[in-house]
Design a protein around this ligand. Structure first.
Ligand SMILES: Nc1nc2c(ncn2[C@@H]2O[C@H](COP(=O)(O)OP(=O)(O)OP(=O)(O)O)[C@@H](O)[C@H]2O)c(=O)[nH]1
Ligand SMILES: [Mg+2]
Length: 617
């Protein structure tokens, strides 16, 4: 057997929220998502770990789990990786067992279970800073002695103890594996042993964490808790509008300057039209929302990192149980506010298959960040920025309302699904409360950076390409000289729009909207860039230089605008979501179901909004 060439494989294994991914990022320079709640990592990730002797190992980050007996699909990944059962992956050579120094008793149990596998192993005693903070003192030498394993104290977020950890792994890799003990399935002896070791190694326990209990006294209070949560969400949506105004103005000015520059340097022709009306008007109409997206995620990241999110899940559990959903679904659903794709993947942490399927099916109802541009442009055009009650901005209120509308839609859908297609028992909510702590600026920074790059990459690829294709379809073929209508009427896009308009006419959508919804399948923001491009092209003859907001204000009636907003609350049209649903549910059945029910809901919601608004106004 040739073992010399391949670099050894080392896996980070441990309970959820122990800091495995933080260690992984610090050791390999990766930027995987870290969060202060259990179940952040749901996939195996690999990186390169430089070893003391100049070689390097392949370091594997895994989903957290409490034992090698998985309860949910993400935990099964960890078991399979540790036991070398993952198809196409090399078996692991050594384990870094990550334990939380503030919760030694519980975490050591799993470490002992791992030790019994007989692989070379090192214990990372992580979060030693929080143990200090809480007055917990650990005798590392005694712990090493009792465990019979090297123990390295680490603070992943401050990069402390990393070199010692890498050195311990290097020297451990040199030791041969021992015979694995066959587990007898009885966890009680391991639990007793863990308790014995923890009691012997923890030297002094200081004052209990009073302030943390005090915060929870409010955050988990049956009345104050929900009020606090509602207040926080409300404040966030107000901030999204209030704080983004200035940077959005700068981006808009920049795009305008770009258009002027192209107009001044290029002769009138297809290239100029494509750049001004396709690329700059279309993609620009989307990019402008970057500040709002970043502000929203800044707050979500703060809530995630502080440890509050799981409290929010707890608060929501009662409401969610009412519709047959498990509190566990809260975090996947919350992730869906960024994008349904990570949300649907995070549903892997849900153990009950029916619960998991329900969560996947309703995840697209959470307002993903791709819908923010759509909402924001319509709100800016049709909702006045007046103050309500001297305190709230009406635009922020409407935005909050749209997000709430999505959540209510999801709850209604869940209740309906749980009584029909996903009927079945639902286990009760069990989730470990993470410790409160100040958000690490680096983690928040990484989170924002990832959102910004993901958004800009989308703008530069899928949105750019869709917009250029739409520009082409909306510009060609050119009408003959004696053509009576507009150029758009004659173009391919105009004809496609005419063909599908009858489906949407009853709910107040015009041909331009019908045209925009088709490329909006690729990415929802494209609906905005498509409208910008179509109207920019239509306005060409009149030397129209209005922004999209002004154009919409001039051309749409309020009922149409409101119906358009209602449509996007349900908006099924995102191909990537359907693709990931197929992957996670293992077939086309559920994505097709998802598309159909969301399409019907979107059509009805837009219709009711349009008809009601028409009747009232
Ligand atoms: N104070 C402190 N916080 C830490 C340390 N290591 C990790 N954290 C924080 O603990 C939380 C959990 O970290 P992760 O790295 O996501 O934990 P994980 O073990 O990968 O969690 P799962 O993927 O959910 O199993 C995050 O908020 C980190 O910022 C540490 O050594 N000290
Ligand atoms: Mg992780």
């Amino acid at each position: 057997m040739n073992v010399v060439l391949a670099s050894p494989v080392v896996a980070l294994v441990g309970n959820p929220n122990a800091g495995k991914t933080s260690l992984f990022n610090a050791l390999t320079g990766s930027r995987q998502k870290v969060g202060n709640y259990p179940g952040v990592t749901v996939e195996r990730k690999a990186g390169r770990l430089p070893l003391a002797d100049g070689r390097s190992a392949e370091l594997i980050d895994l989903p957290g789990t409490y034992s090698l007996e998985p309860r949910s699909p993400d935990e099964a990944v960890t078991r399979d990786a540790v036991l070398g059962r993952l198809v196409g992956e090399r078996p692991i050579d050594a384990i870094i067992a990550v334990v939380d120094a503030t919760n030694l008793r519980n975490h050591l149990r799993f470490a002992l279970e791992l030790k019994a596998l007989g692989k070379p192993m090192v214990v990372a005693l992580n979060m030693i800073d929080l143990a200090d903070r809480d007055g917990i003192e650990i005798d590392v030498a005694a712990l090493e002695e009792l465990l019979g394993l090297p123990v390295v104290p680490t603070v992943a977020v401050r990069r402390r103890g990393l070199e010692a950890l890498a050195a311990a792994v290097s020297s451990r890799l040199a030791t041969p594996a021992t015979e694995a003990l066959v587990p007898d399935g009885d966890i009680a002896p391991l639990q007793r042993e863990a308790r014995r070791i923890a009691t012997a190694a923890v030297r002094s326990v200081g004052a209990p964490k009073r302030w943390s209990e005090r915060i929870d006294g409010v955050a988990l209070h049956p009345v104050a808790g929900p009020l606090l949560l509602a207040g926080l969400l409300f404040f966030i949506f107000q901030a999204v509008f209030a704080w983004a105004e200035a940077p959005m103005g700068w981006i808009e000015a920049l795009i305008g300057a770009g258009q002027d520059l192209v107009n001044a340097t290029l002769d009138d022709g297809p290239l100029r039209s494509m750049l001004v009306n396709g690329v700059l008007a279309g993609v620009g109409a989307v990019i402008i929302f970057l500040p709002q997206i970043l502000i929203l995620f800044f707050f979500i990241l703060l809530l995630e990192q502080s440890g509050y999110m799981v409290r929010a899940a707890f608060i929501m559990d009662r409401l969610m149980a009412g519709v047959g959903l498990n509190g566990r679904a809260f975090i996947p659903l919350l992730s869906s506010f960024a994008c349904a794709i990570p949300g649907i993947m995070a549903a892997r942490t849900i153990d009950s298959p029916k619960d998991r399927l329900t969560t996947i099916l309703i995840a697209p109802l959470m307002t993903c960040s791709a819908r923010l541009p759509v909402y924001a442009v319509i709100i800016a055009a049709f909702i006045p920025a007046t103050q309500v009650g001297g305190l709230f901005n009406l635009q922020g209120l409407v935005l909050t309302g749209l997000y709430l509308f999505g959540v209510i839609g999801a709850l209604v859908a869940a209740a309906a699904l749980r009584r029909t297609v996903t009927r079945g028992p639902s286990p009760s909510f069990l989730m470990e409360m993470p410790k409160y702590q100040w958000p690490a600026p680096r983690d928040v920074g990484i989170g924002l950076y990832q959102r910004a790059t993901a958004f800009l990459v989308r703008a530069g690829t899928i949105i750019l390409v869709s917009t250029i294709v739409l520009w082409g379809l909306a510009s060609y073929p050119k009408p003959p000289a004696n053509w009576e209508g507009t150029a758009l009427d004659y173009s391919l896009a105009g004809r496609i729009g005419d063909a599908i308009e009858p489906i949407f006419a009853p709910i107040g959508f015009n041909r331009e909207i019908a045209i925009a919804l088709v490329p909006g399948m690729a990415a929802r923001e494209v609906a905005v860039s498509a409208l910008a491009t179509v109207y920019a092209l239509e306005g060409v003859d009149e030397e129209n230089t209005d922004s999209l907001v002004e154009t919409l204000r001039g051309r749409w009636e309020l009922p149409t605008a409101l119906a358009f907003l209602a449509w996007f609350v349900f908006a099924p049209q995102c191909i990537s979501t359907l693709a990931v649903t197929k992957r996670e549910t293992g077939g086309w059945r559920w994505p097709i179901f998802m598309f159909s029910y969301l399409f019907a809901a979107a059509w009805l919601a837009a219709g009711f909004t349009y008809w009601t608004a028409r009747a009232l106004l």
